[in-house]
Write a protein that binds this ligand. Sequence first.
Ligand SMILES: [Zn+2]
Length: 98
Amino acid sequence: MLSLENTKKSKDVFQAFNVQGRKNFLEKPTLCPLCGFHEMGAVELLGVKPGPFFWECERCNSRFLRYTFRETKKFLKESEKLWYDLDGLDTIWLELPN
Ligand SMILES: [Zn+2]
């Protein structure tokens, strides 16, 4: 069971990543679920999970889950030790060594 502290932290993390909603898309959506734009990109989080971790709209920059909310939280938690700079979350995949 999640503690209140964990829940709060996870929510902040999802906000930090600009993740929209809790629905996950195993395959990259062809259209942005939020604005309907047709170009979606993939965001990798080095050190968390190989391959795309979030889908990102090229127009509105909203991000969407690839894995379920529960799995996403688990992967993020497992890699928590790598997050020594919470303010740098938005660019952490650019900074972390492989
Ligand atoms: Zn969009």
